[in-house]
Design a binder for this molecule. Structure first.
Ligand code: NIG
Ligand code: FE
Length: 425
């Protein structure tokens, strides 16, 4: 056996016992198991999966303590599922600190974008950067994410916008996936339709993604040189319209990818309606979602990936999170880490979601564990502390897990250990 975590004071399961792919927003079966004031243990097998969960005495009866390679004494700690970040853009060169100043002075996201900044600025720098350079900064960012408690992260391409540079970004992600020293689990998203490249119309860009970029990605996938899980499009006014988005997403589905796209962020586009119709696994942003869109998502059970950092930095209208939750839309959270929103910390994201979007701390935990795993089609293996699931765990150094959220930006102190697949990451 690989690892025993013993004597924890709380274990938060955040699981849905029905084991359905997409969960609701209620924390079912929240495990605060130590009714008799006994410590709690979690046993991890050699494959890095959870083999047992219960009181210290029950677990040591089931598995003898000598059979474990490592033992962690979690006295005074709470154990949570490892956090899942459902939306990031982590591969890029060239920061945009100068644009932060412009935005503070009143420029909107689209002002900056149309002036040739924003995504275009990052594309220019990312195209010029070597694969090695991108790989080095990407891995540093992943390590920072792990320190903040993230154990599974969605990573997008989308700063290449042509065959060669998009493949370069996907290769950078693939290399980290295959690097055993990087413990975090990754879900890869192809986002060649992140913006309309300079000199092209959106129609030409749509054709390029469908006829050139996607076939090139498919070839690499078939040769097992690349793993890609999801397809993304920035469905937005002056970027890709609903019909172009539909065509690109459908082409991704035809090659086996899950739909996970940007919609209804700056303008109401009826992207939620489109995504629901196409049975999207997840739709992100949704600040401008319509009431019909909420109903459609509740019906399709597409996961709403809410991104509090973006709304905060761009001073956007808050997405109607309470209405979504009350209508039965599964809600997840993402950091949206990118050169516009430079935040890698999911505990900070949880705090923002609670204060600005009126989520409860429990809802924020579900949104960063089981529902975020569901947004990536991984809720059968990730997102909760359950026997048979991957041992991705977070040890919070406090008597109650809520300190993770309550101590704003305090994860350096509250996180005692991050465990990925039964190993300290
Ligand atoms: O999710 N909205 C589009 N994409 C990103 C921003 C990317 C960028 O500005 O570089 C987002 O916020
Ligand atoms: Fe994004």
């Amino acid at each position: 056996m690989k690892l025993l975590i013993k004597s924890a004071s709380q274990v938060m399961q955040a699981c849905d016992q029905n084991q359905i792919t997409v969960t609701g927003n209620e924390m079912k079966n929240v495990a605060i198991l130590n009714a008799d004031n006994e410590g709690l243990s979690i046993a991890v097998d050699n494959d890095g999966n959870i083999a047992g969960l219960g009181t210290d005495s029950a677990i040591t009866k089931q598995f003898s303590e000598e059979s474990f390679d490592h033992v962690i004494d979690a006295t005074g700690c709470c154990v949570l599922p490892g956090l899942v970040d459902a939306h990031t853009h982590p591969v890029w060169a060239g920061d945009r600190v100068h644009e932060f100043a412009m935005k503070l002075a009143g420029a909107t996201y689209m002002d900056v974008h149309k002036a040739g900044g924003g995504i275009h600025f990052t594309v220019e720098h990312t195209r010029k950067a070597s694969q090695d350079e991108l790989s080095r900064t990407f891995k540093e960012r992943l390590k920072r994410m792990i320190k903040c408690g993230t154990t599974l992260v969605e990573c997008k391409s989308g700063y290449g916008l042509d065959v060669e540079s998009e493949l370069k970004m996907l290769r950078v992600i693939e290399e980290a996936r295959r690097d055993n020293s990087i413990k975090i689990d990754i879900s890869t998203t192809f986002c060649g339709a992140h913006a309309v490249p300079r000199g092209k119309t959106s129609e030409e860009a749509t054709d390029d993604v469908i006829k050139r970029q996607l076939p090139a990605v498919r070839e690499e996938m078939e040769a097992r040189r690349l793993t890609v899980d999801n397809i993304d499009v920035f469905c937005e006014k002056s970027v890709f319209d609903v019909e172009q988005t539909r065509r690109i997403l459908q082409s991704g589905v035809d090659m086996g990818l899950m739909i996970n796209f940007h919609g209804d962020e700056l303008h109401p586009m009826r992207a939620a309606e489109l995504g629901s119709e196409l049975k999207a696994q997840a739709i992100s942003h949704l600040e401008e979602i319509s009431d019909d869109g909420i109903k459609a998502m509740a019906k399709s059970q597409s996961v709403a990936v809410i991104l509090p950092t973006t709304a905060y930095i761009l001073r956007l209208r808050a997405p109607p999170v309470r209405k979504m939750i009350d209508s039965g839309v599964p809600v997840a959270l993402g950091s949206d880490f990118n050169p516009n929103a430079f935040c890698l910390s999911m505990p900070t994201v949880m705090h923002l979601a609670c204060v600005n979007f009126k989520m409860s701390m429990e809802e924020a935990l579900i949104a960063t564990t089981i529902n975020a795993a569901a947004a990536l089609g991984k809720s059968q293996t990730h997102g909760s502390v359950e026997v048979g699931k991957r041992a991705n765990l977070l040890l919070v150094k406090a008597s109650r897990w809520e300190h993770l959220v309550y101590q704003f930006a305090g994860h350096d102190f509250t996180i005692a250990a991050v465990i990925c697949g039964g190993e300290i990451a």
